[in-house]
Design a protein around this ligand. Structure first.
Ligand code: CO
Length: 220
């Protein structure tokens, strides 16, 4: 099939609906965007950024990849971050993981082949860093849930370590970096209490968050 007519039909209906609800909507958007938020999340189709926080086009800048990983040599993610912070001047960056993440599961179980195995090695590195805590948990489900959480906390730290965020904080720009996790099972977000707003507090907040006793029920 060369043309996915069903999706174009959906698109026309969607645009029509928006125009009926708010006739000036597209006119306002066409010249600029001024989102306050950058969402760095998983590519999983069950975790659609705008819908989860019920924000309209123009309100959320988004970067998604498998298992919401922030790597210091990934110029795709770093470019999104730099543009969001320095040009759009977002006030909040949120790394959003989710329970039941297939990428995290593959990293936990040592699965996956080809290129993606190298990508997921970054998540396996998170496992290795926190192996003592993870093996002390009493079920495979608990380890899976906790690795989903720890992966978010680790990526929050990576965001804070970038030159973009360090420079923003050094010049006094107001910027908060948050770590959240989403449950596909109930549609709810949970704050992992790892919010960082300056270089000074990074170490303490990270240590407190990763050292906290996991208390979440299995959510995947
Ligand atoms: Co995922």
């Amino acid at each position: 099939m060369r043309v996915l007519s069903e999706l174009f039909d959906h698109n026309r209906q969607w645009a029509e609906r928006i125009k009926q609800e708010d006739p000036g909507f597209f006119d306002r958007l066409k010249n600029q965007q001024s989102p306050e938020f950058l969402w760095i999340g998983c590519a999983d189709s069950r975790v659609p950024a705008n819908q989860i926080v019920d924000l309209a086009p123009g309100e959320l800048f988004v970067h998604r990849n498998v298992a919401n990983v922030v790597v210091h040599t990934d110029f795709n993610c770093l470019s999104v971050l730099q543009y969001a912070v320095e040009v759009l001047r977002v006030r909040h960056v949120m790394v959003v993981g989710h329970y039941g993440c297939g990428g995290v599961r593959a990293a936990l179980e040592g699965e996956g082949s080809g290129l993606i195995r190298n990508w997921l090695r970054h998540v396996r590195d998170v496992y290795d860093k926190h192996e003592d805590q993870l093996v002390s948990l009493d079920s495979e489900q608990a380890r899976f849930d906790r690795l989903c959480e720890l992966n978010v906390m680790e990526q929050v730290l990576h965001v804070c370590q970038t030159s973009t965020v360090q420079d923003a904080w050094a010049r006094g720009q107001s910027l908060s970096v948050h770590g959240w996790i989403y449950s596909v099972a109930d549609g709810l977000l949970r704050d992992l209490d790892v919010c960082m707003t300056s270089a000074d507090e990074m170490g303490d907040i990270y240590a407190k968050a990763v050292g906290a006793t996991p208390s979440s029920p299995a959510r995947s």
